[in-house]
Design a protein. Structure first.
Length: 141
C-alpha cells in the first residue's frame, strides 16, 4: 500500500497543475488578443503613412518661410535712466513722450516697477530719437 504522504503530495501537485493551467490559459487568451490588436494598429499606421506620402506628393511645394525673429527687447532701469538723461528730459517730459506719468518713469528708473508689454514699443521708439526731435515732439504735444 502506498504511503499516505506520497498520495497527498501527488494530489496536491495535480491540483496545482490544474490551477496553473487555468490561469495560464486566460493569460494566453489576453496575450493573443493584445498581439492581434497591436498587429491591427501597425497596419493602420502603415496605411496612414502611405496615405500621407501620397498626399504630400500631390500638394505643390510650398517655399519655407523665413524664420520670424521675435522682437524681444530688454529695457531695464539703467537703460531708461540713461535714455532720459541722453535726451535731457525730466521724468515728467519723458513720461509725456512715452505716454505714461512722470511717476511711472521714476518708478521704472528706481527698479520699483517695470514697463508693461504694451508700453515697450513706445520706449523702443524713443531710443531712436535725438534731443532735438524729442523736444520737437514735446512742443507738439
Amino acid at each position: 500500500m502506498p504511503n499516505f504522504a506520497t498520495l497527498l503530495k501527488s494530489e496536491i501537485a495535480r491540483l496545482a497543475r490544474k490551477e496553473v493551467r487555468t490561469e495560464v490559459e486566460s493569460l494566453r487568451k489576453a496575450s493573443t488578443a493584445y498581439r492581434r490588436e497591436i498587429a491591427e494598429l501597425k497596419r493602420k499606421v502603415s496605411q496612414l503613412e502611405r496615405g500621407l506620402k501620397v498626399a504630400s506628393k500631390a500638394l505643390p511645394a510650398v517655399p519655407k518661410a523665413a524664420p520670424v525673429e521675435s522682437s524681444r527687447t530688454r529695457i531695464g532701469a539703467a537703460g531708461i535712466r540713461t535714455l532720459r538723461s541722453k535726451l535731457g528730459l525730466s521724468a515728467a517730459d519723458f513720461g509725456k513722450l512715452a505716454g505714461v506719468s512722470g511717476q511711472s518713469i521714476y518708478h521704472w528708473e528706481q527698479g520699483k516697477s517695470v514697463p508693461r508689454k504694451s508700453q515697450l514699443p513706445k520706449l523702443v521708439a524713443l531710443r531712436g530719437l535725438g534731443k532735438k526731435e524729442a523736444w520737437a515732439r514735446l512742443e507738439k504735444a
